[in-house]
Design a protein around this ligand. Structure first.
Ligand SMILES: C[S@@+](CC[C@H](N)C(=O)[O-])C[C@H]1O[C@@H](n2cnc3c(N)ncnc32)[C@H](O)[C@@H]1O
Length: 234
């Protein structure tokens, strides 16, 4: 019998913020895939899942080089897909770990698309997103009543960012580490800077909360940082 491929969301960082379903899948896995974008770095998703991993579970470090669209998948990705297909054909239960939720800006989405028509059974197990954890951590409601909440990758084009910021009551900004200073200026222009809070590595031992995000201007910002902001109520 063929194995099943599980895409498991491990949440933002606290090993207690995994669902029961995620923990059960990790404990039953024959092989855990710990995706990384570069060879040298540690897989953060693996570190979060670590307390739940059964001794003796095979762990496969696979490097998925950063991609910017489904059309630029490199041969490394195809080689990884073939490795996963081989394990599934051998009847192995394969768990692919992913930060936060698997269906939100995740490497898993590309892997899922590469595997979905290959005749294997696939189960995606949702995870707690970084921004849901941040809202709870800060006591910061993300949206109330009829508020329009936008989830925005700060890597989006300028015009798209400006439009989303102007048209929202409340925003979550992900991938904020690049062009951070320009982002501060945009938040200021759109009237969202005074309420903005940035959290770096939410739920990790070295979590940081920055309430005056202007003070972070000109400094290096960690990739695992997100900003929440909302339009002050009249
Ligand atoms: C490629 S997206 C992945 C999102 C993830 N799938 C989720 O559900 O949160 C990566 C971005 O998520 C945010 N992020 C992920 N984990 C975080 C954490 N623990 N604390 C703060 N931001 C985090 C950062 O903005 C980071 O640049």
């Amino acid at each position: 019998m063929k194995g099943t491929f599980y895409g498991v969301g491990v949440g933002p960082g606290d090993p207690e913020l995994l669902t029961l379903k995620a923990v059960h899948a990790i404990q039953r896995a024959d092989v855990l895939i710990a995706p990384k974008t570069e060879k040298k770095e540690e897989s953060t998703a693996l570190a979060i899942a670590r307390p739940h991993i059964r001794e003796g579970t095979a762990i496969l470090d696979l490097v998925f080089p950063m991609v910017y669209s489904a059309h630029t998948l490199s041969s490394a990705w195809e080689a990884n897909r073939d490795i996963i297909c081989e394990l599934l054909a051998q009847g192995k239960q394969v768990v692919f770990l992913t930060l936060g939720d698997p269906m939100l800006y995740s490497t898993y989405i590309y892997v899922y698309n590469l595997l979905k028509d290959r005749g294997f059974s696939i189960e995606t197990i949702p995870g707690i997103t970084s921004f849901c954890a941040i809202g709870s951590r800060l006591g910061y409601p993300l949206a109330e009543g009829n508020d329009v909440l936008s989830i925005i990758p700060a890597t989006a084009d300028d015009a798209v960012l400006d439009k989303a910021l102007a048209g929202s009551d409340s925003v979550v900004l992900l991938k904020v580490n690049r062009n951070f200073d320009q982002l501060l200026a945009k938040l200021d222009r759109s009237g969202l800077l005074t309420t903005a809070v940035m959290v770096t590595k939410c739920g990790h031992a070295d979590e940081e909360i920055v309430t005056d995000i202007r003070a972070a201007g000109g400094q290096k910002v960690n990739y695992l940082s997100a900003i929440v902001a909302r339009r002050p109520k009249a």
